[in-house]
Design a protein around this ligand. Structure first.
Ligand SMILES: [Zn+2]
Length: 367
């Protein structure tokens, strides 16, 4: 079994839900303890988010440019007990938990890359390795990382994407989410229903006037949760809808959310109900041309390893979105983790090895 697969299997066995990443951080610190020159810094993000662990930062000096690799230590649930299985070259859980290739694959790749930098003598760029916390909860770890760790960084490669090895996420949507709340008026449903304003009826009319789901090729929206009412014999006084919208076009996103708010406000007014909303823009999306230097280096590395490069769109965000919002040139690369956030999650051992080879080449090609 190759070293990278061994590291991955060890990491996968360690439960690390968001805000409880400490055991994985200890594994990383222990793993790197064999290098006396390496200092593993831990920032104060843990305290800020009420977690048990901060982001870990490892810097290995070299030439220019300064590149940073990022992967997140936390996983989604269920992850109380994870028993990774390697069968026919594919690693899965035992079916009762997630595997956590999202993003232990990225962590394993970074540790193997540090081994490469520390044991093989070759001219290399300055490399920072950032092991973040709480990515699965609104990218909090990356958002709270102090700017001083990013100041001199030229390129960030986030190892947290899906798709065949060679895939770079070049397009991610802008998003907006929050609550749409209709406040009607309660009244006894049998005695005096005409004195009430049924929040459900009002919301239903507003929703009927809107398109929900796919709006066009680059825009979607959804109502995922509806909560309201108390008992059957009372006219429903309040209804809260959890709404989200995404678009690759920031203009279309703005138009859509304005249309939703205006529609609800208009219908509420017609019924004498009140409307409250908490819609907020999320971390901005991004769109990269295939010709930018951060991608040229990756493309050259892929080519050297006979891996097919492809730029892909992804419906969700990653820490790369946070770093781009913070003004640093970042992109998310795939480790070919599959069926993530499910008990059917899997990753091929050969893909971990292939991606490691590509990243080793990347260190040679980036300039
Ligand atoms: Zn992830």
């Amino acid at each position: 079994m190759s070293e990278i697969v061994k590291i991955f299997l060890e990491l996968a066995k360690i439960p690390s839900p968001s805000k409880k990443e400490r055991p994985v951080a200890e594994y990383i610190k222990n793993y790197l303890a064999k290098y006396p020159t390496i200092e593993v810094l831990e920032d104060r993000t843990g305290q800020k988010i009420d977690g048990n662990c901060g982001n870990l930062i490892v810097k290995i000096p070299g030439g220019s440019p300064h590149i940073l690799f990022d992967a997140h230590m936390d996983t989604v649930a269920p992850c109380d007990a994870i028993n990774p299985q390697l069968k026919n070259g594919v690693i899965t859980s035992d079916g009762t938990s997630i595997l956590g290739a999202d993003d232990k694959s990225g962590l394993a790749l970074m540790l193997a890359l540090i081994d490469h930098l520390m044991t093989d003598d070759f001219p290399h760029p300055t490399c920072t390795f950032l092991f973040t916390v709480c990515e699965e909860q609104s990218l909090m770890g990356a958002k709270l990382l102090e700017q001083k760790y990013l100041d001199s960084v030229d390129y960030i490669y986030v190892l947290d994407g899906e798709g065949p090895i060679g895939t770079a996420v070049v397009k991610t949507p802008h998003g907006c989410k929050g609550t749409l709340k209709v406040i009607g008026k309660e009244a006894h449903a049998g005695v005096c229903p005409e004195e009430g304003i049924n929040a459900f009826v009002v919301a239903a009319e507003a929703v009927s006037a809107l398109s929900i789901g796919r709006i066009d090729g680059e825009t979607t929206c959804n109502i995922g949760v509806a909560q309201g009412g108390t008992v059957t014999n009372v006219v429903m006084g309040e209804l809260s809808l959890q709404f989200e919208a995404r678009s690759f076009s920031p203009q279309k996103l703005e138009e859509l959310t304005n249309h939703v708010k205006e529609t609800f406000a208009r219908v509420c007014q017609q019924y004498g109900a009140q409307f409250e909303e908490t819609l907020q823009l999320g971390t901005p999306g991004y769109q990269l041309a295939d010709t930018v230097p951060i991608l040229t280096a990756f493309k050259k590395a892929c080519e050297h390893e006979a891996v097919v490069y492809q730029g892909a769109a992804c419906g969700g965000g990653s820490n790369a979105n946070v770093y781009r919002m913070r003004g640093i040139n970042a992109v998310n690369l795939s480790t070919n983790m599959q069926n993530i956030h499910s008990v059917n999650e899997q990753i091929a051992a050969a893909d971990l090895e292939k991606m490691l080879a590509v990243l080793k080449q990347l260190l040679q090609k980036v300039n």
